[in-house]
Design a protein around this ligand. Structure first.
Ligand SMILES: Cc1cc2nc3c(=O)[nH]c(=O)nc-3n(C[C@H](O)[C@H](O)[C@H](O)COP(=O)(O)O)c2cc1C
Length: 174
């Protein structure tokens, strides 16, 4: 069975932490963790099953100190990839207390860049159990991936990831 590529960024914070939680739940032998900062289209091409992990650093709140360019840069290679037959699931870190009007917006940002490719995005999530006001990460009433709030609801991360992975096992077909 081919491995699942977990592409995550930025490094060292909560996005990386959750990448390791997913790795542990899927089994270290079944996944390969890749920091998007060190990846390009040739690395993407190696996988048919991919998990993309990101955080939301809202554009209106950007500060040069915090500005996260990992995904901005990485997404520029999306146009060079043959997405045929590839399935992608996304998870996104956010903070629903500080940023209730932009909760996990990055899900929508990455989805927009995949929408016109042949990739199939899987792993959507019900909004049930989340508190927020608005999110660009929602389409047709569902989150486009798994929202995780390590800033305020770290105690829920494990169960959220576990439930999501159980659904992904069907959607990814392994
Ligand atoms: C400057 C800044 C802006 C942020 N903007 C948002 C936002 O618009 N929406 C949101 O859901 N979370 C926002 N967050 C919260 C982060 O997404 C959250 O803390 C996340 O866990 C960070 O992941 P990391 O530790 O891997 O960088 C922001 C955080 C910072 C520091």
């Amino acid at each position: 069975m081919s491995k699942i590529g977990i592409f995550y960024g930025p490094e060292l914070g909560s996005v990386e932490k959750v990448a390791h939680v997913i790795e542990q739940k899927l089994g270290a032998d079944k996944v390969e963790l890749i920091a998007v900062k060190k990846a390009d289209e040739s690395v993407l091409e190696r996988f048919d099953k991919l998990i993309f992990g990101m955080s939301t650093i809202g554009k209106t709140n950007w500060d040069s100190e915090y500005k996260d360019t990992d995904w901005d840069e990485f997404a520029t290679c999306f146009g060079k990839v043959n997405w045929e037959g590839k399935k992608i699931a996304m998870y996104c870190l956010g903070d629903h207390i500080q940023y209730p009007q932009h909760f996990v917006d990055a899900l929508g940002w990455v989805y927009d860049r995949l929408e016109n490719t042949a990739a199939e995005v899987v792993g959507f999530c019900s909004t049930e159990g989340y508190t927020y006001e608005e999110s660009e990460g929602i389409k047709d009433g569902q989150f486009l991936g798994l929202p995780v709030d390590e800033d305020n609801e770290a105690d829920k991360t494990d169960v959220r990831v576990e439930n999501w992975i159980n659904r992904l096992i069907n959607e990814f077909g392994f």
